[in-house]
Design a protein around this ligand. Sequence first.
Ligand code: SAH
Ligand code: SF4
Ligand code: F3S
Length: 471
Amino acid sequence: MQEIEEQKRYMKEVKKINEGITKKYYILTMGCQLNENDSEKLSGMLEEMGYSKVEEEKEADLVLLNTCCIRENAEDKLFGKLGELKRAKTENGIIIAIGGCMMQQDHMIEKIKKSYPFVDLIFGTHTLHKFPEDLYQVLNEKEKIKDVLDIDGEIYEGLPIKRDSKIKASVTIMNGCNNFCSYCIVPYVRGRERSRNPKDIMEEIVGLAKEGYKEITLLGQNVNSYLRSEKEGLRPKFEEYEGIHSFATLLRKVNEIKGIERIRFISPHPKDFTQDVIEAIRDGEKICKLIHLPLQSGSTNILKKMNRKYSKEQYLKLVENMKKIIPNLTLSTDIIVGFPGETEEDFEDTLDVVRKVKFEQVYMFLYSRRVGTPGDKMEDQIPEEVKHERFNRLKKLVEEQMEESNQKYVGTIQTVLVDGPSKNNKTLLSGRTDSNKVVIFEGPQNCIHQLVKIKIISEHMWYLRGELIEE
Ligand code: SAH
Ligand code: SF4
Ligand code: F3S
């Protein structure tokens, strides 16, 4: 790809500028796993340009903030940070670069230009690959750069990447979203759905397996519409590769890759959870049986206003069908509390679904108005105190259920992928079950990064305690 070749040239130029000096960078990732994966790519480019990573921003010559705008509190985080950085900028002349989803919004760029004029570089989600060129301009011309595009960026292959973990890797399989849920900003800041070439995905995962990676998480805003836009003629088709033509066929092929032991994916949309995907999960012995199935609301009325395209009953039926077909299935979900127009009855419907499905984990969010989305323009916004009161009721139910679900593990034998020493007690090891529960146990160092069998002996809300079974 010509564009990437050009960026590689800029990487070499920046490296030359930095020759003989050890330049340091600090990167702060504020968003979801896709945002984290982007940070890994930015880190890869920075390392290539002669920068090395530091954990303290005080030590850095370059501070890179990778932003998120999914909720107001994600945006507040950036402004707090910029306030702190102002002094470092005037005292040490560090370079400050901001990228990510928030930079795709014009009103945010205006705010930064006005209130934080010391920021050197602003780039968006569609121009991430051009970071070397933008940084070169900042270093060389000493001018402020804004590089944000409002069109769907290409998916570029061949960028360097510096991954955070040695055993678990995220692989982005598609960018963008076509769903336009009425509360959500993502389609506006990430553009329309475009899939990555199956060949590139497979080659990346085969490469990761060779490097010793054991767990792969396939990423996308709506993974089960992988290759759909291409199939529907909205985007150019890829050459056929190993019979991969859908998300289900991709899952089956990844399952065959030698060396990979676990496969996860986020996020699927319930409306697109087709039978072929359910069967691929059942058949793939490496595919984790914890599935994230975002509910958002349990009320059919609210789901309609949210533009989710399924009803309470359809969601419950899907869960029932999945549980029937996939042995040992566990589920996690996302729920928004206090969407405009949510009545007490609507909220009760959400609690009802939570009681019925018994999720392994529930990620709960207070509805946050996003400029430019239909939800923001709806009239019957819910008062903050009502949102909080409902949120607390949901949280209480979820915690009760979690205790119950943890109890079910006690006495069972679980396969655990060992991450390393436990953070709180270095003499113990910590790992994760197929269902992503943390397990703490005593074991030899050579268990680290391996799959081991553990007997669960007790539960402690946020983790399980177990004993290693010698084989
Ligand atoms: N594409 C993914 C999720 C992306 S955002 C999916 O469809 O599941 C992650 C979660 O943030 C969403 O599932 C939703 O629960 C929450 N979220 C998105 N917009 C929000 C908003 N405006 N206010 C509160 N929560 C929101
Ligand atoms: Fe947002 Fe809905 Fe797309 Fe998920 S599916 S990213 S919630 S618009
Ligand atoms: Fe992710 Fe936040 Fe963007 S959730 S896609 S980083 S708006």
